[in-house]
Design a protein around this ligand. Structure first.
Ligand code: SF4
Length: 259
């Protein structure tokens, strides 16, 4: 897909989102917030849902939490224009309450389609609800700052998921802001690792055709499971080396260029 084709596909999704009435959040929103960013990016950031300012402007992360997100990205030499930023639900929950499970389910196809178009190498989850979409059953206090293979059913067909606290939570709790700065410092190394894995997957011979032994109703993989298409890479995907803190490439990755 060319850059122009990706841009057009993302705009088509955004157009659907702006007029969507699939769930009750459409009744109280001012503007839907489809997401924005570089259509050629390798990194997608997924928050939970729009807040007050986002609802007014129709853009993600433009309030105080957005300011912290920009500072976190700047700490690794990145700008928000370098990545794509979106949310699990595209319309603001009233009073900033948590999105309900049926609202998340109704909105999920939009995020999945965005990820299918972008085909990111890294998905950074921001907060509990985003984390639960990609790492069901995980606990944010345990998995923040760690890397896991993405379940291709999310739309991210060959990506690593990196979990972080939501910037709004980090604003409320100084200790979480400090941890978020430590966590985001590991994202460039995660991108390097994902590039290596994607190159290996692309070079791997296609598996021999055989019977499909998957359970017909198999759910999303557990956080540490390997849904990757190259079985011989399973040990690498499950390796602690995925943790950028343990990866000697982490230091070299601190100045990594996105493209
Ligand atoms: S939150 Fe998602 S599903 Fe619900 S109305 Fe908005 S765009 Fe549609």
């Amino acid at each position: 897909m060319t850059r122009g084709e990706r841009r057009a596909a993302l705009e088509a999704i955004a157009s659907e989102v702006r007029s969507c009435t699939r769930c009750r959040l459409s009744e109280s929103r001012t503007l839907a917030v489809p997401g924005e960013g570089d259509p050629d990016t390798e990194v997608v950031l997924v928050g939970e849902g729009p807040g007050f300012n986002e609802d007014r402007e129709g853009r993600p992360f433009v309030g105080r939490a957005g300011g912290l997100l920009v500072r976190l990205l700047a700490s690794i030499g990145w700008q928000r224009e370098d990545v794509f930023i979106t949310n699990v639900v595209k319309c603001r929950p009233p009073e900033n309450r948590d999105p309900e499970p049926d609202e998340i389910a109704a909105c999920a196809p939009y995020l999945r389609r965005q990820l299918e178009v972008l085909d990111p190498a890294v998905v950074v989850t921001l907060g509990r609800h985003s984390m639960a979409t990609f790492l069901p059953g995980a606990r944010i206090g345990q998995v923040h700052g760690t890397t896991h293979p993405a379940d291709p059913s999310t739309g991210a067909r060959d990506a690593l998921v990196f979990a972080m606290y939501h910037p709004a939570a980090a604003l409320r709790t100084p200790a979480l802001e400090h941890e978020s700065l430590e966590d985001v410092a590991r994202v460039p190394a995660t991108l390097l690792r994902s590039r290596e894995l994607r190159a290996a997957h692309a070079a791997a011979p296609a598996p021999a055709a055989g019977p499909d032994t998957r359970a017909p109703d198999a759910g999303p993989a557990a956080p540490a499971a390997d849904p990757g298409p190259a079985p011989d890479l399973a040990p690498a995907l499950a390796s602690p080396a995925l943790d950028a803190a343990a990866d000697p490439a982490a230091d070299d990755a601190s100045q990594l260029t996105l493209f």
